[in-house]
Design a protein around this ligand. Structure first.
Ligand SMILES: [Fe+2]
Length: 381
């Protein structure tokens, strides 16, 4: 039902008295309503059933032959449930009124005789109420419709989000897989390169791996991140790669080196940097290797860097390198042992070696000594 003010409401009046029907026609004549009349309940129901537009208001007399007002309304309310139903009674029959409200869904009743102004006012008020209810119903329908649209839209969005998330998870997995593969390839390259250095100098075989192990343990002891540790591992494994440019005779010479030979060996830091700087590591691996013989007092080589000019990673590898070199056999001297190596770094702690790195290194060796003692004790028991 349209609720605009120029809407023409349909009203049905059912009464067996012609004079009453005429009275209503007269009362409502000046109003903009479609007024229909019926002489009894059956006729009234027929009008309702064949109506071309809904009735807004139905008025019926209670006392009529064949079908009374309550019986009429009991059926009429099923045809137009939203219509306002008004009962006319000839006297104050409270039982009939109660039955009319319960069975016929009657909203209002008037006992004869009535005042015309009063009944017109009630009709107008009832129709306003019908309009408000219809407007409300219309708005509720619109709201429900919009809610359904929103729910459908929401479901569609949720599905899209789920699909997108699933897609992203697949992409992330692929990326992880690809990253893992590149890590494996990188490890392979690093190991192959370090093997090449070893073939040049069989006496230092295993030195790169050992330095890498010691450097990583010191780094973890100093609470460096796992990413830093993994690149320290790479840098330490490749730290002597520059020795590929040093003649084998010098590397394996069983006696003390001449000054010139020593200068040639010192070039391995720069050579390593030249070789590795073109590899796009996500970390300054080439620069760290370039610095692994630098010492904090500036006495190292090749650039004589001091203190914090030397990367922490290079200071760690420098200490690990000295420890393994001194502890191991060399063609020009026997193995000096770990003890001597540790004494060396203690002696030069804070002079050539970073004191924090030395302390971390000493803690690492203390822990391994303790661990091996416990292992031995366990095997005795
Ligand atoms: Fe070196």
């Amino acid at each position: 039902m349209s609720t605009c003010s120029n809407y023409k409401h349909s009203i049905l009046i059912v009464d067996d008295e012609e004079s009453i029907l005429n009275a209503f026609k007269r009362i409502l004549a000046d109003e903009n309503y479609d007024v229909h009349v019926a002489g009894n309940g059956l006729e009234g129901l027929e009008k309702l059933r064949t109506a071309t537009k809904p009735y807004s208001l139905i008025i019926s007399d209670q006392r009529m032959p064949e079908m009374n007002g309550v019986q009429f309304f009991a059926e009429a309310k099923n045809i137009f449930p939203d219509a306002v139903r008004i009962l006319l009674t000839g006297y104050a029959d409270s039982d009939a009124i109660i039955e009319a409200i319960n069975k016929g869904g009657v909203h209002l009743y008037f006992t004869k005789p009535w005042h015309e102004e009063e009944i017109l006012l009630h009709i107008k008020q009832s129709l306003s109420k019908v309009e408000i209810l219809a407007e409300n119903k219309h708005l509720m329908e619109l709201l429900n419709e919009k809610n359904k649209e929103l729910t459908a839209l929401n479901k569609e969005l949720e599905k899209k989000a789920r699909d997108k998330t699933a897609d992203l998870l697949i992409q992330t997995e692929k990326l992880k897989e690809s990253y893992k593969k590149s890590q494996v390839i990188l490890d392979g390259i690093v190991k192959t390169l370090s093997k090449i250095i070893e073939t040049r100098d069989p006496y230092t075989s295993g030195h790169e791996d050992q330095v890498a192990k010691i450097a990583c343990r010191i780094a973890r002891e100093m609470n460096l991140t796992e990413e830093q540790v993994s690149f320290i591992n790479i840098a330490a494994t490749l730290h002597d790669i520059g020795k590929i440019s040093v003649p084998s005779e010098i590397l394996t010479k069983p006696s003390v080196l001449s000054d010139l030979e020593r200068e040639i060996i010192k070039t391995h830091c720069k050579v390593a940097n030249d070789v590795l700087k073109n590899i796009d590591f996500p970390y300054p691996v080439a620069e760290i290797i370039y610095q692994h013989h630098e010492r904090i007092d500036g006495s190292g080589y090749p650039r004589g860097l001091k203190g914090n000019q030397i990367a922490l990673e290079a200071r760690i590898i420098g200490v690990a390198d000295v420890i393994d070199a001194m502890a191991s056999y060399r063609p020009y001297r026997p193995a000096l042992g770990v003890e001597a190596a540790l004494n060396e770094i203690i002696k030069y702690k804070g002079i050539t070696y970073d004191p924090a790195v030395v302390d971390a290194c000493l803690r690492v060796y203390k822990k391994s000594a303790k661990d091996s003692t416990e292992d031995n004790q366990q095997s005795v028991h």
